[in-house]
Write a protein that binds this ligand. Sequence first.
Ligand code: NI
Length: 144
Amino acid sequence: MYKTCSSEPVRLNRMQKPVNLSEALASFSQIYSPRIVARVNDYDVRIAHTRGEHVWHVHDDTDEFFLALDGQFDIALRDAGGNQHTVTLRVGDVFVVPKGTEHKPSSPGGAILMFEPTGTATTGDHHDGAIPDHVHSTTGQELT
Ligand code: NI
C-alpha cells in the first residue's frame, strides 16, 4: 500500500542538478581540500586534488571509500603491530580503508573521489604529528 504524498512541498536546490566532476575539479585548485559534490542519505561524496604527503590518521568509526579520478593516489596502511604496506590507485581504481586503520595518503599528483559519512574529518579522529600546511583539516567544503 502506498503512502499518500505529504503536503510538504519539496524544495529544489542546486544539489539536485547534475554535477560534472571534471568541471567541479576545474573550479578549485587547492590540494587535499575536499569539496562536497553530492550527498547520499547521511554520506558525502567529496572530490579532492592530491599532491604530496598527507598525514597518518585514523577514523575510529567509519570506513573511507576512495576512487582515483586522475593521476595516481597511494595509501599507506599501518596495522596495530606497526606493519605497513601501500596500495596504489590508478584512474578508475577504488579502495576502502577499513575503520580503525591508520592510513597516510600520498600522491605524485591527481584527483580522487571519496564517499564517507557527513562530518568525517580529513585528518581523522587522531593523527600523527603536525598537519602539513598543504593539508586542509576539514569536513569538506561546498562547491562554490
Ligand atoms: Ni582518512
